[in-house]
Design a protein around this ligand. Structure first.
Ligand SMILES: C[S@@+](CC[C@H](N)C(=O)[O-])C[C@H]1O[C@@H](n2cnc3c(N)ncnc32)[C@H](O)[C@@H]1O
Length: 489
């Protein structure tokens, strides 16, 4: 526990409540530096006096928020999202909408994301597209909005596709670049706290929302509140992009996840059809039968459950499963599969049993059979982590790298902290000479292995035959190799 934590606790709580940003212990130094800076600039006696001031003054709260937000951004970040916008979403919107298409960059920082949207659209459709779109950028931090409106950028904002971008900028004498007026006037920026309702009128009825690299600073409750707020301002059939490192636990049945050219995004369906209702129901926690009965008919005696049969069968299934797992550990794969088949005849919804069977089939190199079992899982639970991982592994072994990438990316939408998926992605990127991708993914896998250990791989059965130190070593070794290669080039 950080020694500073107690004195910073009330500031931490205030910031979380007002703008959603959550400070973990290892990031408390950021809050500490901001609070100290404000105490000294405002010439106050210390933390207690500053706490009173910041609680009473909206202006002071803003000053503090301006200091603590993390505004890292650059042009064309995760460029594949702009590709999907231009190639898939816009043609659909242009053909079905007569009015203007509204696009929001929520948590836009210094504006690079919003301008990248407009530049991509101009590149694809020509300058006339400006008449068909309205682009907005909002952020809680007043300083970044000021910078976005000025639209003058240094080298750090250009890390991708500079040549194409440079058409839209004028070099200045201070070695910075000013965006051309025709782009600048095409985006409307304003200060807005995504946590606080109501949003301004012009932010209603969006067709597309980019909400990328913002939710990572929030805890789950704030994430889900803001996700709900954003889905409320999204038009029916609208789309929402998250960054590929943000996970699908945002999806609480409000929007549905969709895959488009290996990019995952959310889609707001007009109304839920029968199939969707069934899927949505599946994600809700099951009601306890006795509570439900008690709530509906308080005066009736408790409902008698057909308990013995169900309980007995479940216990049997669990016992058989444990035996099958023990067989698997001893590498008695066929024996294990026979037990699982027996179990699944009786309990066809026991997903862990399918997953174990698929793992064993992968180990036996029976990829078609493994894929079939994984698809059975996905029919019952389309966001099953194990099925995604195993399909990815099977595809990678079969050299179907696009399919493997799709599956591992899907796995990370389900659980962003699955080191195994990061590790496989890194491997594939490396083989495809995608140096930044491989470097990033090995780095994440390494961090996860160091902080969470090897057990968090996501599979019921993973015959890991080497210790975590070796995996960590392997990641470091590959990162060094990439660096060395990069320096040579
Ligand atoms: C890392 S930047 C992301 C910029 C851009 N979306 C991108 O992906 O490159 C995160 C931004 O979210 C903003 N932010 C944090 N909390 C917010 C809130 N409650 N409302 C609006 N913006 C917020 C921060 O000020 C910061 O500029």
């Amino acid at each position: 526990m950080n020694a500073l934590a107690p004195v910073l606790t009330p500031f931490r709580t205030l910031i979380r409540e007002k703008c959603g940003v959550t400070f973990k212990n290892d990031a408390l130094h950021v809050l500490e530096a901001a609070v100290n800076k404000r105490i000294s600039t405002a010439n106050l006696s210390g933390h207690d006096e500053y706490l009173k001031v910041v609680r009473d003054s909206e202006e002071e709260l803003h000053r503090l928020i301006d200091l603590i937000t993390i505004n890292e951004t650059y042009f064309m970040r995760e460029g594949q999202h702009f590709g999907v916008l231009c190639e898939t979403i816009m043609p659909e919107l242009l053909s079905r909408k007569t009015g203007k298409i509204k696009i929001l960059s929520a948590g836009c920082s210094t504006g690079e994301e919003a301008y990248s949207i407009l530049i991509s659209l101009i590149e694809k459709y020509g300058i006339g597209i400006k008449k068909r779109v309205e682009i907005y950028g909002v952020d809680i931090d007043r300083n970044v909005i000021k910078t976005a409106k000025e639209a003058v950028y240094g080298n750090n904002s250009f890390r991708n596709d500079e040549r194409m971008l440079m058409k839209y900028f004028e070099p200045r004498t201070d070695k910075r670049y000013g965006i051309l007026p025709l782009v600048k006037e095409g985006v409307d920026f304003q200060v807005c706290n995504l946590l606080r309702l109501p949003y301004p009128g012009e932010l209603q009825k969006m067709d597309v929302i980019f909400y990328r690299n913002v939710s990572i600073y929030f805890d789950r409750e704030v994430q889900s509140n803001i996700f709900q707020n954003l889905s409320n301002i999204l038009n029916p059939e609208g789309y929402l992009f998250l960054s590929s490192t943000e996970t699908y636990y945002h999806n609480v049945g409000i929007l549905s996840l969709k895959e488009c050219n290996n990019v995952f995004l959310y889609h707001k369906k007009i109304s839920m059809g029968f199939d969707d209702r069934r899927k949505y129901k599946k994600t809700l926690p099951p009601l306890q039968p006795d509570i439900r009965a008690a709530k509906m008919e308080p005066s009736l005696p408790p409902v008698v459950q057909p308990k013995p049969v169900v309980v007995e069968k479940r216990r049997d299934a669990r016992v058989i499963f444990d035996e099958a797992l023990a067989d698997a550990m001893q590498k008695k794969y066929r024996q294990s599969i026979a037990k699982l088949d027996e179990l699944l005849k009786e309990s066809p919804d026991f997903l862990k049993a399918y997953a174990l069977k698929a793992s064993l089939l992968v180990n036996l190199q029976e990829m078609d059979a493994a894929r079939e079992v994984c698809n059975q899982i996905l029919e019952k639970d389309e966001w099953n982590l194990e099925a995604h991982l195993l399909l990815g592994i099977a595809a990678k072994i079969g050299d179907a790298l696009d399919e493997a990438l799709k599956m591992f990316k899907g796995a990370l939408y389900i659980n962003a902290t699955c080191w195994l998926a990061h590790y496989y992605l890194a491997d594939i990127y490396f083989s495809q000479h995608d140096v930044p991708g491989a470097h990033r993914e090995y780095g994440i896998a390494l961090k996860l292995l160091e902080t969470r250990g090897v057990e968090d791989h996501g599979l019921t059965y993973f015959p890991l035959s080497f210790p975590v130190e070796q995996l960590i070593h392997l990641c470091r070794h590959n990162i060094d190799k990439i660096r060395a290669q990069h320096q040579k080039d």
